[in-house]
Ligand binder design. Sequence first.
Ligand SMILES: [Mn+2]
Length: 400
Amino acid sequence: MGGPCFSFPPAAVRHHHPDFDKLQLRGWKAVQKEKDLPTAAWEKEKQWALRMGLTGSDSLTDKSIPTFARGELPHYAGINTFLKAPYIEDVTAVGNYDAAILGVPFDGGTTYRPGTRFGPQGVRKISALYTPYNYEMGVDLREQMTLCDVGDVFTIPANIEKTFDQVTRAVSHVASSGALPIIIGGDHSIGFPCVRGIAQCTSKRIGIVHFDRHVDIQEKDLDERMHTTPWYHATDLANVPAVNLVQIGIGGWQVPREGVEEARKRNTSIFTMRDVEEMGLAETAARALELAWKDADAVYLSFDIDCVDAGFVPGTGWPEPGGFLPREALELVSLIAREGICGLEVVEVSPPYDTSDITALLATRVIVDVLGTLVAHGKMGAHKGLIDKPVSIPAGPEVA
Ligand SMILES: [Mn+2]
């Protein structure tokens, strides 16, 4: 019987790092920070759940549990909105919230794998895994902001132009209300009508930070505006100049030359994965912010899930190896969002091609990480100053 070939030295001779100090650990700081977060909204939600879902059975010890599941718990139950946020059936009430989730179920701009029309459903479904609290950021979205889910835009499956008009109308309504639009795609063709929806509510100048493996800036693809074309049309808008478009993660073998030619003509800024690697995440974000915000009044954040390495995002239209690790992508969007944004879209999640919801899960993380960052850095609501030309969309007739 052989003894172990290695054994730990006795405690007396262990070499502790002389500067080791628990106070320096982020993990320890986060534990401390949690105690300062309020709980009022959670208490209110539990009361509301009892009112809506009836008091629970006598045999339950926890008297906050209702008979019918209402609100956050249990995570596997309920009718899924994003993060179990209240569903706003009457969209005229959307302005009562700091931010609003809207789905754009549309894959008519897809040139290879379809399925992103199921993106909003897929992301909402897996978002049920999440609590509104983030340990490392020390934020609790339920306590520190208000979020609603306005449901989906009524898209027109066989008509991309009519769909664009519907999307612009919906986004302009949400932006005009003062709620921050958080858009779940849908393929990337919706980038154009989403930006147009915000741009038409303001006389001010909008920059775009775009995460993608693909450049998405050619005029047409297969004779139409497609998911390869949003930034050509968005940067044709008077107050969305191409010089404020920063494209991060572009590279590989799926970047059409027509798009590259257009990026060159329009003088957009493109960071490849190698650029990011060499600069590091902090420097990448700093330079991207400088370019996107130069003489601009707000920045729109567009996150194509395929900017992440194909191994992490099987459920997408044009997977391409060599992109970001999830941790890098999340860190970068967080660094961008801390300066404030006027809208977020997360696109190209295709649940029929997904495996164990992992692609939709990452899309959820991008959204909650951006919301958490905005809260942590005091930027939630900062976009409201942008809206100086709110649009007004007629409501339908009163129902008796
Ligand atoms: Mn892409």
